[in-house]
Write a protein that binds this ligand. Sequence first.
Ligand code: HEC
Length: 376
Amino acid sequence: MIRPLLPLLALIALLGCSLPLAGPGGGESWYAAEIAPILGESCVSCHGETKAKGGLRLHTPDAIAAGGSGGSIFVADDPLSMRTRILSPEDDLDHMPPEGKPQLSAAARAALVAWIDAGASFTAAAPGRGAVAQGRRSQSKPAPALEPEARDALHAAHVHVEVIDPDQGLLYIDAGAVAALPTEQLIDLIAPAAASVGELSLRGVPEAGRILAKAGPWPRLQVLDLTRAGVDRKGLNAAARGGGLEELLLIGATLDEKALEKVCAIDSLREVHLWGVELPEEVASSLAERADLIVNRGEVTPPPAVEVEAEFVFGKPPVETKLPAVNAVCPVSGTPVDPAFRIVHGDEVIGFCCPNCPKTFWNDPAAHPVERIAAE
Ligand code: HEC
């Protein structure tokens, strides 16, 4: 398997370390390829060679393994563990990075959580690239099994339940056929399964927003169908909090401007369908600014801008081909590239530091020369 070489180079350049980071097959480990660059970018300024906030350094495997003043940072279910801290809301006192400091992208957070859940190994190889991009699916901890009573209740109410990923125990739940049931009843039916739901349809459910807010949390939710449903900002907040929501169908849905603004702010989102939803100008333009998002508004002939953007969707072909980027430094910002953000340009894969730089680059490639790393 060809693994990208550049994060290792970036890591060595960044940390000046020469620790054994090879995976079992001699290839680069998951830690070296993806995790160390994220820690380098978002954590090492406070947890590194010069500073050790909380007694913790995160710049080498030994330092990470040594933990902080509270001991190991990987104790499962510890409210102060690294996993809990990066997943907690930003305004939580224990949240990392601290409130007001540059935050992890959804992709980086998903990758760290997936790595921790897989055992936080420094030598294990990375799982398939698609699995990392889809953080939730790569969790080694399967979803909790649905209790038989909860499953029977769903069946008895004619709520469609299907296992979509047997390894992970992920469920598809479709309440569209019983949209007319009282909201409270739907909440009681769906809540026991929420932790296992990967795909959820609340088509035509008038108070879908309330159900999302009350029946969650939704740690594994990736696809949410709210066609002709009624949804509010609170509900969308709840649906997106797990950090893995990738696709949202809002065809003919009822939602106000605040809820639409929330849609723009869900940074894990890769595809949103908005046919028959009136978009205030500001919302339309913030959606258009997101180079990483496919916005399907149901036009018969899509406007050219959408066409162009659809070509560089993260998590789609360039990433799944596992092709390494040709550059180690973002051509727009000059900072190290993040493996999560790569686009195909011409016949090359070009890496960037964040989801915003590709758009700047795409608008004027000549103004942002790519520094290619020399082939070995
Ligand atoms: C702006 C500085 C800053 C950044 C950036 C930062 N932290 Fe922290 N971190 C702190 C401070 C201050 C503490 C100690 C206070 C506390 O425990 O909440 C701390 C404590 C911690 C602890 C607890 C250590 C212990 O044993 O008590 C963990 C785990 C942690 N940080 C993880 C991270 C991770 C992971 C990142 C990157 C995603 C990160 N931090 C980024 C400032 C920072």
